[in-house]
Write a new protein. Sequence first.
Length: 400
Amino acid sequence: MNILHVIPSFAPAWRYGGPIIASLGLTTALAKRGHNVKVFTTNKDGDGILPVEIGKPVAMQGIEVTYFPVGFPRWYYFSFKLSHALKHNLPDFDIVHIHSVYLWPTTIASYWCRKLKIPYLVRPLGMLDSINVEKDYEYKITSFMSKIKKNTYMKFIGKHDLNNAAGIHYTSQYEKDLASKWEIKAEDTIIPLGVDIPKSNIGLRGHKITGMQGKLKTILFLSRLDPIKGIETLIKTINILYQIRKDFNLVIGGSGTKKYELKLRKIIDDNGLNDVISMIGNVDQLDKNVIFENADLFVLLSHHENFGIVVAEAMAMKIPVIISNNVGIQNYVKDYGAGLVISENHPELIARQIGDLLDDDKLRIEMGNKARYLCENEFAWDKVAEQTEKYYELILSKSD
């Protein structure tokens, strides 16, 4: 198949986290299965732009990526040249996989697919639920404008794009359930995200990362620093646990806005937790493997997470996890016994369960092995790519 993926940002725009990692993983896995896979994206990277060649295909791990210049309004990822390229190149493709909603690449790709009669599916990235639509940002005016933009978009553009798609790609039942408010008419499927499965966990333990020295047991949080990730609840939990025991530390990896990072540091300082909690900032891929290798427990207490790719990454490294019941991957964790799923609103209970796991080396090892087994059976990229390929085939069979 000739497959085009359209996504607002792509590797190496790592600041956007899971969506970038997952999109690169899926496209390269599809290419390994013999498909001709291309990506159309923009060069937007936060307030700046990526140091990439514009308008020409760039080879990347078996796929071709073309970056188009982002223009005004940047928040909309507007790119006239992306529109021009879609208009003239879409007839070369059998199917188009669009990643995102609310943004220009989704709008224009959907439009030209319909115009040129190319079947397309949309992966909404967990952005269709009310939590995302009503999300608050640092500044009130930003929150107000975001809510207006998202609701207006869905009313006048988004529902039309989604209703006329050949399919909607959700990554979890949780994500699908939260999107039901929009009553989208298009058929849908649930295909999880994938993760690279390391051959073995060797050669990294013992390397030193700030905050992970000594004999203390390490609890790890690794994600984008955002209020939606439940970090403040985690700090409150750690504060409770630290009143009982001193044999652990918490490493917080990732970055966010300067204002929110300062807020977290102040909370840590106000609670006298500077000796137990380390904020280590952005983590590159090599350091990520080292950090995973030196962690005893991974915790993510998000208030909302459509899937949770970092949870899968931790489990692939045999790390037991504690996650909130608002993380889309929760059913897998429960079914395989790879960790604990708990309400993020009960820090006292979470503290007790973290303590129990820290005390039970045998249980942590058992959960870690089950976590790896889960990833091998459900999230290995070749299996995810095979499921995606079959869904493409189903869509194409209906469009004949």
